[in-house]
Design a protein around this ligand. Sequence first.
Ligand code: G6Q
Length: 546
Amino acid sequence: MSRLTESAPWRALVEHHKALQHVHLRELFAADPHRAEALSHTLADTFFDFSKHRITSETLTLLLELARAAQVPRWRDRMFAGEPINVTEGRPVLHVALRNRSDRPIRVDGHDVMPEVRAVLDRMYTFAEEIRSGAGRGATGRAFTDVVNIGIGGSDLGPVMVTEALRPWGKGGIRPHFVSNIDGTHLVETLSSLDPETTLFCVASKTFTTIETLTNAASARAWLTSALGDDAVAAHFVALSTHAERVAAFGIPEAHRFGFWDWVGGRYSLWSAIGLSIVLAIGPDAFDELLQGAYEADEHFRTAPLEDNVPVWMAMIGIWYHDFFGAASHAILPYDQYLHRFAAYFQQGDMESNGKGVDRGGCSVDYPTGPVVWGEPGTNGQHAFFQLLHQGTHLVPCDFIGAIRSHNPLGEHHDILMANFFAQTEALMRGRTADEVRAGLARRGTELSDDAVAHRTFPGNRPTTTILLDQITPRSLGRLIALYEHKIFVQGIVWDINSFDQWGVELGKELATTILSELRGDGGPSLHDASTAALIARYRTRRDPA
Ligand code: G6Q
């Protein structure tokens, strides 16, 4: 047994769960007319309703005791202080420095990183202004119209999600495109509508070793040079990377490299130079607002007592379901088309961070850690997988995210969208009893057998968080992203895992390299299992028919 599951708060939560697991949310609402108010928070223009969760004030007290026992405040302070809390890589975790808007220095080994952070940001803004204004031009003297970010994982998902979410701020800016997949289709399809003379490439790679990115970048360079000649590379390529030598070897001059630091994790890097495609698309002012929103969330997380700390609530309520109710997954359901990549973004953010099976001391854990995170924008999901949320056998806690004002007011569209948004969380909470089904049928003059009624009943008691923003803006988005980041942080601390490494990703990079040399025909004798060996053999034989 681990220290966590033996701890007094954990054991108290096990007992508390036994008492609460059969209590219905309908009963909790009926018992307390102030429940909705008591279990909600407002942070600037964003409202968080946690009242449709299977919790009471006692649950929260116990969950916060668990957070305290895990020393969440101390670890949080260690992160903000630049201590090397990424224990397996011996690094600090300082994405918060990238959006530190205060005069507070943030030190790594006694050295304040803030001047360098600001210097890179200033260079990004100046460069983006030049390109956006048309002053910075391509090799043939034409202004740039499009930017292609070539990166994968943490060097892709953030810029994709944010540029999609903030499209209203991108009007008239440089059009962003993203190529991540090594499948040549992604690059070929993207370039097919672009003109080499007006296209800028951002090669986004922290390490500048990732085979997908370097292969795509090399093919993009070939596409450019076949049209404009080798000399065009310097004007049409920039690199977003920590590694100066590898960037230079690719042919990108130092003046076109925007650097960052090893204390910025890939999946937390949209706030760094990796965000250049965002700045090119939406402009420096909007990007600055994004940083400001994240900073506000950071300050809230850093200073609010645990009782009022929104990311701490999000985290601990998640732990309540994953570790005590046995919920294996968590759905993120934005009712906003602009947020259509939000769930995919946090699928990486959460699953790469907390998909870990050993604790910080290297011992296997005996409790569930990170959930499977998934989701799609509403209302599409309602016509697809919501059936399982309502009547399936799995308990899936959901986050419903919506905005009060639409950027595209069109007839009644937004009211219909939001009517669905409110209706779903209410239905998931209430369910529909057999008596209610019969009463509804009776009103229509119909009667059905008991088994037919059973199919039409809904258990309810399905938990949701409602996050209601006034509007999606750079600031509210920055705030929301940072809150989710901190939620993931808190969960990792409580689970006693390192949320900041990703050995599973490294494994993928290693294994493919060995097989690639076999596909090229220059690998040594095959050491694969029979299945893999046969698959590789079939691929090679049929790829190169005699
Ligand atoms: C993120 C991961 C991973 C990484 C990509 C790209 O936290 O480390 O998704 O971002 O593998 O790595 P590079 O930026 O080094 O190309």
